[in-house]
Design a protein around this ligand. Structure first.
Ligand code: NAP
Length: 491
């Protein structure tokens, strides 16, 4: 049997799924992407300075190695890579760009998912969501924002039509996006005021363009694999430190402190950029440029709370109003919404929104009881404080493939994770999460206001791959459409 598969999202997850399914012989695959090109976050985040902070040879599919220009690839190169993978694996024709899936409903009678899309109805036996965790930009509820008399845009929706030269720019937020965009625009603008709510820890990025000789060496498969393995091991050690809160975390924190001291001489500014919380509680940021940029004469770090945005600028809680010509929201994403705004309705008419009312949960981040034949990629609790999401996606796709093989083997057309298996996994997960540094007390996109954590994987990434590679006996219930043969004896 070769079931029809509908994939929602044409980023790394969707393109990777289509490529690997095709490699395994599954041809009836349709990928829906609401934007007019593939790429996901990488086609959307085009702000100046946008780049990856995971080393290039770890931030690529293991089955599609690339020749990268730098140790950490810039946005345009990653975008070109995803488009190249779609072409190279012959799946670009399976991707329907400019098509948004608004809802998906399971039909118990038809054993199919029925999708409503902006281009009409579509049916498929298997539903894969590859919507990412950082695809919906978050506009903060800051008083007066709507009254600002100038352009306001989010880093993920950068308005390239707005001229920056000589402008006074207010940047709200000091996360991974802000620390990339501010150094990139600072030389061009008249003034940048950065509004920091709470500081995050950084480490040196040590980014550099690969010299020709290094590029040649890395084009040898064995050396490239070695580079990947070394980077993977480093990230696994970091994952160990973050999840066990071991001594390595203290060493990293010391390195973060040294980075601040080396770049900033002013004790007051040093104090304000030094985080109050534990290293790794927020996502660690890699940068070579952030602190030197903060010492430039046209840059001011404002650590007073924002009181209100006015027509002409931003007034902080101490009453100082700084004029601005434009406001950049580097305020992150609605990361806990997962598949939203798409509505998914499973067996018995229960929606995923109802199922996830308290907190999104999924068995191995992949399957939800009551939602048969549905697989989530980069679903709940599959994010890490270190590591590469591409590795995680590949493991998730591996789980989907294992399920498809099992359906085929059992000659079944319905697969659903058993509630007991999902509940047991969830208990194990929540226990492990409580030990991690992400729950040591800070604000971050990992944990919600109630302390629920729908984001993080509390173990090593090699463990994720191992656990998703095959289906645990008894974890899933399979059901066949072919009625069992009953011995009725000879006529
Ligand atoms: P983020 O890390 O969630 O940072 C958002 C920033 O906005 C924080 O500094 C936050 O302050 C601030 N903020 C939010 N609401 C605010 C409000 N109402 N008033 C004032 N400040 C407010 O978002 P991001 O920088 O876009 O990064 C999100 C994730 O995207 C990253 O963690 C990373 O996983 C990914 N990313 C990756 C790369 C890469 O290089 N691969 C680059 C960019 C982003 P608090 O800290 O106080 O909450």
């Amino acid at each position: 049997m070769s079931p029809s598969v509908a994939v929602v999202g044409g980023g790394f997850g969707g393109v990777g799924t289509a490529a690997l399914l095709r490699r395994e012989g599954y041809e009836d695959v349709t990928v829906f992407e609401k934007a007019d090109r593939v790429g996901g976050v990488w086609q959307r985040n085009t702000y100046p300075g946008a780049a990856c902070d995971v080393p290039s040879h770890l931030y690529e599919f293991s089955f599609a190695p690339n020749r990268w220009s730098r140790r950490f690839a810039p946005q345009e190169e990653i975008q070109a890579y995803i488009e190249g993978v779609a072409r190279r694996f012959g799946v670009d024709g399976k991707i329907r760009t400019g098509t948004e899936v608004t809802s998906a409903e399971w039909g118990e009678g038809s054993r199919r998912w029925r999708l409503e899309t902006s281009a009409g109805r579509h049916e498929a036996e298997i539903l894969v969501t590859a919507c990412g965790q950082l695809s919906v930009p978050q506009t903060p509820p800051i008083v007066g924002l709507a009254d600002f008399d100038g352009p306001v845009f989010h880093t993920a929706d950068w308005d390239h039509g707005v001229e920056l030269t000589g402008k006074r720019v207010a940047v709200i937020g000091t996360g991974c996006s802000a620390i990339q965009v501010v150094p990139a625009i600072q030389p061009q603008v008249a003034q940048v005021d950065i509004y920091q709510r709470s500081a995050g820890w950084t480490l040196p990025k040590s980014d550099f363009a690969y010299p020709e000789g290094v590029k040649r060496l890395l084009s040898r498969p064995r050396l490239r694999r070695l580079d990947r393995a070394a980077n993977f091991t480093f990230h696994e050690l970091a994952a160990l430190a973050l999840t066990r809160r071991g001594p390595l975390l203290k060493a990293f924190q010391q390195l973060g402190r040294l980075q601040i001291h080396a770049a900033i001489k002013d004790p007051e500014l040093r104090r304000r950029v030094t985080p109050a919380d534990e290293f790794g509680c927020k996502r660690i940021m890699l940068t070579d440029e952030w602190y030197p940029t903060l010492t430039e004469p046209n840059v001011e770090l404002v650590s007073e709370r924002i009181e209100t945005v006015t027509a002409n600028g931003i007034r902080d809680a101490s009453g100082i109003e700084r004029p601005a010509d434009l406001i950049v929201l580097a305020t992150g994403f609605a990361s806990h919404d997962f598949v939203a705004p798409m509505e998914i309705v499973g067996a018995g008419g229960r929606s995923l929104t109802e199922e996830w009312a308290e907190v999104p949960r999924a068995y191995l981040g992949s399957s939800v009881p009551g939602f048969p034949n549905m697989f989530l990629l980069y679903g709940p609790n599959t994010n890490g404080g270190s590591g590469s999401v591409i590795y995680t996606l590949e493991a998730g796709i591996g789980h989907l493939l294992a399920a498809l093989r099992e359906l085929d083997r059992a000659d079944a057309d319905r697969i659903e994770v058993r509630p007991e298996a999902a509940a047991a996994f969830d208990r194990e997960l929540r226990e492990a999460l409580a030990e991690t540094v992400w729950h040591s007390g800070c604000t971050s996109w990992y944990v919600d206001a109630n302390g629920n954590d729908p984001s993080q994987w509390p173990w090593l990434w090699s463990q994720y791959r191992r656990r998703t590679a095959r289906l645990d006996p008894g974890a899933y219930a399979l059901d066949g459409s072919v009625p069992e043969l009953v011995e009725v004896g000879a006529p």
